[in-house]
Design a protein around this ligand. Structure first.
Ligand SMILES: *[C@@H]1O[C@H](CO)[C@@H](O)[C@H](O)[C@H]1NC(C)=O
Ligand SMILES: *[C@@H]1O[C@H](CO)[C@@H](O)[C@H](O)[C@H]1NC(C)=O
Ligand SMILES: *[C@@H]1O[C@H](CO)[C@@H](O)[C@H](O)[C@H]1NC(C)=O
Ligand SMILES: *[C@@H]1O[C@H](CO)[C@@H](O)[C@H](O)[C@H]1NC(C)=O
Ligand SMILES: *[C@@H]1O[C@H](CO)[C@@H](O)[C@H](O)[C@H]1NC(C)=O
Ligand SMILES: *[C@@H]1O[C@H](CO)[C@@H](O)[C@H](O)[C@H]1NC(C)=O
Ligand SMILES: *[C@@H]1O[C@H](CO)[C@@H](O)[C@H](O)[C@H]1NC(C)=O
Ligand SMILES: *[C@@H]1O[C@H](CO)[C@@H](O)[C@H](O)[C@H]1NC(C)=O
Ligand SMILES: *[C@@H]1O[C@H](CO)[C@@H](O)[C@H](O)[C@H]1NC(C)=O
Ligand SMILES: *[C@@H]1O[C@H](CO)[C@@H](O)[C@H](O)[C@H]1NC(C)=O
Length: 558
């Protein structure tokens, strides 16, 4: 799977489009006693942390509690200026809001306005929140499973779909069998929405202020459907068709995937041979060159040994690296071009390292009690499949599903296909979960939706479908390829973000923002003099763009 999006600390399995680039410093969450109010302690140098106790089942307190890991970067403005908490979700599902906030908190406060406490939280089942979604008994067992989760294209060979179906079924059985305490059915998006309201109320506020990326858009839209009168500000960015999410059918989300790939061909031609190593005089010549290379790699994969690792660049890895680059083209297209050119010459080192996942597993055999928290992959499956209708497809049905999806995009083998395959193996569902339709006739404040012109996994057409469920809400378009507006800095987009949060103003209908970046690192326009604060804003946006770069693994998400 490749996740929809998410700023993720990588786990070996997850291909999250957005990944925290560096492991943040640590904090002993397990030393904090959960409380029913926000009892803050200092953490991660400049942040404050707490564990908030919430009911696992809001309609039946006897089921037990979860403890949410919540972190904030407190604002230092006066009480009169203070606007309360601004909650954040990085996507996935399964992304850690805690790790993400530690990495981008200062920059986010600059972007959204320092009248807010920016607040990250690990959704129930995820990372530092307890109980955690975990299908394995030891880290070593997890690592062995994950080692088999190499990126696979469903189109790699005739047994790819049957094999992946069998693995998904096996994982689904393990998850169900090992969920002795019965918590998995409570980690669904509707409950995370209820948790967001609880966090907001614990701050002494009534209405949610929220920024959600990618899957975080599904969460924000679900919140609005459940609590239309609790919308303070909800900005969702990289928005899929939220109803498709609950149908375990992301086919429509591939609408612009090939358009995003086209920007690689067009951008490379425009950049020229100095900036694009895979250059050819026309876009179609580059496309043909890539096709020739792909066919050659399919016939003869390239073994790679580097000082830090080794592996094979085969059809699946090549395809997944290309697909992954579409999430963050501004950072990855130049590297991809170098990797393709080198691979053509028989050297797979760059391509291989673009596909490398987590560092090699090291067992902390001396202390088996160290709490495990990198459960992104397990949380992804539990949430995305536990949310959706039961699919239970056979191998034949999955083959038909894939072939139909391949008519929408030549990359249907990843996100679209792997989401469906995973869910075909899933077995744990809660009967009364929210399954849509996602919409609300009357919200207490309009939502702001944000989309890119060529987003490979959350196309504008999907954002428009979700928008249609929320009359009075607005859509802002950023003129760029890549997944979520954060993929490229844009002073225009960030100005509308602030307008929305601080002043409550929506962009005029049809607004399209340019970005302050160019594909293939073409020199930025340095002749124009920037207004005061613009350089600082751009620097903050670049930090965020850098932090949300993708990590390859088998499972793509958003
Ligand atoms: C929060 O709850 C704890 C006990 O759970 C209590 O000691 C503390 O005073 C409470 N803090 C506030 C601010 O209410
Ligand atoms: C508040 O924090 C900002 C940076 O986040 C800093 O520039 C400013 O000086 C601080 N103001 C006060 C009154 O501490
Ligand atoms: C999934 O959605 C696509 C279009 O978005 C549709 O063509 C297809 O029939 C759907 N598949 C299933 C199994 O519902
Ligand atoms: C392959 O490329 C890498 C990275 O550019 C380089 O370090 C390495 O020396 C190359 N290997 C060979 C055999 O040329
Ligand atoms: C094992 O880890 C736990 C939790 O981090 C810690 O409290 C304990 O001291 C560690 N034990 C050893 C022997 O390192
Ligand atoms: C899923 O499909 C299999 C095979 O068709 C069937 O045996 C099983 O009962 C189905 N499970 C559910 C929950 O529908
Ligand atoms: C799958 O692979 C075949 C070659 O075996 C190719 O012709 C076809 O276009 C591929 N389909 C997709 C959707 O990638
Ligand atoms: C929308 O809700 C507000 C209160 O939140 C109410 O005053 C208004 O009449 C409602 N509008 C419609 C069209 O239902
Ligand atoms: C909010 O509106 C005021 C006046 O309407 C304007 O001067 C200010 O720049 C706006 N602030 C933001 C953050 O957009
Ligand atoms: C570069 O800056 C100049 C002066 O501000 C402007 O006229 C021009 O449109 C800009 N070019 C690009 C490509 O942004």
């Amino acid at each position: 799977m490749i996740s929809l999006c998410g700023i993720f600390l990588l786990s070996a399995v997850l291909v999250s489009p957005l990944a925290v680039a560096q492991a943040p410093p640590t904090f002993s969450w397990d030393m904090l006693a959960p409380t029913q109010n926000l009892t803050w302690v200092e953490c991660y140098s400049t942040f404050q942390c707490t564990r908030l106790e919430v009911p696992l089942d809001y309609s039946d307190p006897s089921v037990g509690t979860a403890a949410l890991a919540v972190i904030r970067l407190p604002t230092n403005v006066s009480k009169a200026e203070y606007r309360g908490p601004l909650l954040f979700n990085p996507g996935g599902p399964g992304g850690s809001g805690v790790d993400t906030l530690v990495t981008v908190g200062q920059s986010a406060q600059l972007v959204f306005g320092n009248q807010y406490d920016v607040v990250g939280f690990d959704p129930r089942g995820v990372s530092y929140s307890t109980p955690i979604a975990s299908f394995f008994e030891t880290d070593a067992e997890r690592a062995v499973w994950n080692a088999g989760e190499v990126p696979t294209s469903l189109n790699a060979s005739s047994d790819s779909i049957p094999h992946d179906w069998a693995r998904a079924s096996l994982l689904g059985q393990l998850a169900a069998q090992r969920d002795a305490s019965g918590i998995l059915k409570y980690v669904t998006t509707d409950n995370v929405a209820r948790d967001m309201l609880r966090i907001t109320e614990s701050f002494g506020f009534e209405k949610l202020q929220y920024y959600g990326l990618s899957y975080g858009s599904v969460l924000g839209a679900t919140f609005t459907a459940l609590f239309p009168d609790k919308v303070g500000r909800i900005l969702i960015d990289g928005v899929p068709d939220a109803n498709a999410w609950f149908n375990a059918n992301l086919t429509f989300e591939a609408t612009d995937t090939d358009k995003a790939l086209q920007t690689f061909f067009d951008g490379c031609t425009a950049a020229g041979p100095d900036l694009c190593a895979f250059y050819a005089p026309t876009a179609s010549a580059i496309e043909a060159r890539l096709e020739t290379l792909t066919t050659a790699i399919r016939a003869r994969p390239v073994p790679v040994v580097t000082p830090t690792g080794y592996g094979i660049v085969d059809y699946s890895l090549l395809r997944s690296v290309i697909f992954n680059s579409l999430y963050t083209p501004y950072t990855l297209f130049p590297v991809l071009a170098q990797g393709l050119a080198a691979l053509e010459a028989g050297n797979g080192t760059i391509l291989f390292s673009m596909g490398e996942t987590a560092p090699p597993f090291e067992c902390d055999c001396t202390n088996a009690t160290v709490p495990f928290h990198l459960n992104g992959a397990e949380a992804t499956v539990a949430i995305q499949c536990g949310d959706a209708v039961e699919v239970n497809d056979s191998v034949e049905e999955l083959r038909n599903f894939f072939e139909n999806a391949a008519r929408t995009s030549e990359f249907a083998e990843f996100l679209v296909g792997s989401n469906r395959v995973s869910c075909a193996g899933w077995k744990v569902y809660r009967k009364d979960r929210f399954k849509g339709p996602v919409g609300a006739a009357n919200t207490s404040f309009p939502l702001l939706l944000v989309t890119n012109t060529a987003d490979p996994v959350t196309p504008k057409a999907g954002a428009l479908k979700t928008l249609a469920g929320f009359p009075g809400s607005a859509l802002l378009t950023q003129d760029s390829p890549g997944h979520t507006s954060m993929t490229a800095p844009s002073l225009c987009t960030s100005a509308y973000f602030r307008e929305y949060f601080v002043n409550g103003t929506l962009p005029p209908p049809g607004t399209v923002c340019p970005v302050n970046a160019a594909l293939f690192g073409q020199p930025a326009n340095s002749t124009s003099k920037r207004a005061e604060g613009e350089e600082e804003m751009l620097a903050a946006l670049r930090i965020i763009a850098d932090a949300v770069r993708p990590v390859i693994t088998r499972k793509f998400t958003f």
